[in-house]
Design a protein around this ligand. Structure first.
Ligand SMILES: CC(=O)SCCNC(=O)CCNC(=O)[C@H](O)C(C)(C)COP(=O)(O)OP(=O)(O)OC[C@H]1O[C@@H](n2cnc3c(N)ncnc32)[C@H](O)[C@@H]1OP(=O)(O)O
Ligand SMILES: CC(C)C(=O)C(=O)O
Ligand SMILES: [Mg+2]
Length: 554
């Protein structure tokens, strides 16, 4: 049995004043990518400079206006990367570079050296304030920990005053979620008083869930409490930085926005320490799916995946929200049926607002237009097979035929697993279009008799013997049927007929579907015929059905 007694529960807050549960996200927050810092510091192989540049360019293209590019005082590669960005003039004027550093003078000094030539930067200092880290990492009391933050702020202030560009201070009480709230506020307020921000020079207080310790509602309570207790709130940008240890980083970010946060720090696909940082893409796509402009350029998710996977060397999971290979694909029958109907309903109604069962967004909106929405395996049903035949190959199988053909495909899938669209088509050809035994259609000529009746003259093979047959009927199909019946001793009844053209253009082919009953046996089946001439397509459909009926008899 799991030794659950080894762990203690994080208490919920007694905070009845909370207002966030009644709020809704109304607009995009300020986004800050920490891919090149928190993401990079968690990689087995951290990115090399060229990979960092590729990632940086991607982040700029996606519309991030704040990008934490690293910890330049930590290593030469981090330092050199920032210098490359400056020297190659890769930082657009509207993008602010952010750098992380501990509250230690030699590191802060080196950080400012790395920033030379930059017009606008955020210097992000942190020190852990949690009860646990105060105890086991620093071995310091509250005042001494607060003093680290104050000293760090003073140092940044000193170097900032000498720095020609504009410096914004970001301070993180690291491990905020493990810190007593009144103490976190006390430390932040000390930093605020030291830095002296105003409305034109706001300070960023980043309140990280360095380790996600409990349910996201508790994080929201903590953020709302800070939001309401900060003094001179108008001079402060509240930033959140959730990690994803419990798998609820996205929920934590969203609830924190309800609770008063202005800014979200996170990474693409949630790369980052341990289970990762919050996935900013998912937070943004979630907004988008609610009709809110996420203010990021996220139309080409495949391109984002490709660059991310190359730079981070981590594959995006097939079930990853909005991005995974399988997230716009249904295998199961009832889902496929509903998607099929939903897409058709939208098309028929000319509806602009997206409403398709099981698809929260239109895959085309994120560049996934070639996505196989429906993939066929043994869990699939008739709607899915019909959808594949229609969307891939243009065959609009009549509704009563869906089951007949789906049964054939299900047998295949039970034997082989997934059945690809081309295999479905090959089976369709084998079953309906290619059969020439015992009946092989050769020629037909149909003439009108008066307004309603027809005369058919037909040449076909039956068990390899040429047969010339003719008969009248109350239409072309009836005349052909009568001609056949006279010669082969079958009694047929046409139960259903439909046709459609297969492609637009002068050599457009018609597909005809006939459902025939063999009156002697009671067997029923569809046949399909294909021709540029609709009468020939119908007659071929009848021969296709007769061959299938003969096969059933055996
Ligand atoms: C939650 C986060 O993601 S925080 C960011 C983490 N990222 C990184 O650490 C990546 C880059 N870091 C590094 O390369 C290194 O840690 C460096 C270069 C910054 C510092 O290196 P070093 O000084 O050799 O080692 P280290 O980080 O272990 O330093 C530990 C010392 O710094 C102190 N310290 C740790 N954090 C801070 C801080 N934020 N402010 C001030 N002092 C700090 C510790 O108490 C410890 O002091 P001690 O030596 O008296 O025990
Ligand atoms: C440096 C800080 C903000 C951090 O990454 C964290 O607390 O997770
Ligand atoms: Mg972090």
């Amino acid at each position: 049995m799991l030794n659950y007694q080894k762990y203690k529960r994080v208490p919920v807050m007694n905070y009845p004043e909370r207002e966030w549960p009644n709020k809704q996200i109304e607009k995009a927050p300020m986004w800050c990518s920490v891919d090149l810092r928190d993401g990079n510091q968690a990689l087995i192989e951290p990115m090399v400079v060229e990979e960092k540049i590729e990632m940086f360019n991607l982040l700029v293209k996606l519309g991030f206006k704040a990008i934490e590019i690293g910890f330049p005082s930590a290593s030469q590669i981090e330092y050199d990367f920032l210098r490359e960005l400056v020297d190659r003039k890769l930082i657009p004027d509207d993008v602010t570079i952010q750098v992380l550093v501990q509250c230690r003078e030699h590191l802060i000094k080196r950080t400012f050296e790395s920033l030379e030539g930059i017009k606008n930067a955020v210097v992000h200092i942190y020190n852990s304030t949690s009860t646990l880290q105060r105890d086991v990492v620093f071995g310091l009391e509250k005042d001494a920990i607060k003093q680290i933050a104050i000293e760090g702020t003073k140092l940044v202030k000193k170097y900032a005053e000498e720095f020609p560009g504009k410096i914004t201070l970001e301070y993180s009480p690291e491990s905020f979620t493990g810190t007593e709230l009144d103490y976190a506020l006390e430390v932040c307020t000390a930093v605020q008083e030291t830095w002296e921000p105003d409305e034109d020079n706001k300070i960023i207080f980043n309140l990280p869930a360095t380790v996600e310790m409990t349910t996201p509602n508790v994080y929201a309570d903590q953020i709302e409490w800070m939001h309401r207790h900060f003094k001179d709130r108008e001079n402060i940008i509240i930033s959140v930085h959730p990690h994803n240890d419990r798998g609820t980083g996205v929920a934590a970010a969203e609830l924190a926005l309800l609770a008063g946060a202005d800014r979200v720090e996170g990474t693409l696909f949630g790369n980052g320490e341990r289970t990762g940082n919050v996935d900013v893409l998912t937070v943004a796509y979630n907004m988008f799916s609610q009709g809110i402009n996420p203010e990021l350029e996220l139309e080409h998710v495949n391109e984002i995946i490709e660059i991310y996977e190359r730079c981070c060397k981590i594959p995006v999971h097939v079930r990853h929200p909005y991005a995974g290979k399988l997230v716009f694909t249904a295998f199961s029958g009832s889902h496929q049926d509903a998607i099929n109907k939903g897409i058709r309903a939208m098309r028929d109604r000319g509806q602009e607002i997206w409403e398709v069962p099981y698809l929260p967004i239109d895959p085309c909106d994120v560049g996934r237009e070639y996505e196989p929405l429906v993939r066929i395996n043994s869990q699939s049903g008739k709607g899915g097979v019909a959808f594949v035949m229609d969307t891939y190959f243009g065959y609009k199988l009549p509704k009563p035929m869906h089951k007949e053909f789906a049964d054939v495909i299900q047998k295949m899938s039970e034997q082989q697993g997934e059945v690809a669209p081309d295999q479905i088509m090959a089976k369709f050809e084998e079953e309906y279009l290619q059969a020439a035994e015992p009946f092989e259609f050769l020629k037909v000529r149909v003439e009108d008799i008066g307004d309603t009746d027809s005369h058919a003259k037909l040449l076909f093979k039956y068990n390899d013997e040429d047969i010339l047959a003719e008969a009248d009927g109350n239409g072309p199909i009836d005349a052909v049927k009568n001609a056949i019946e006279e010669h082969v001793g079958m009694e047929l009844k046409v139960l259903d007929y439909s046709e459609h053209s297969l492609a637009v253009g002068s050599d457009a082919k018609a597909a005809a579907y006939i459902q025939l009953m063999d009156k002697k046996t009671g067997n029923i089946t569809y046949g399909v015929g294909l021709s540029s001439n609709i009468t020939r397509a119908s007659v071929k459909a009848m021969f296709s059905a007769m061959n299938r009926l003969s096969r059933k008899e055996k």
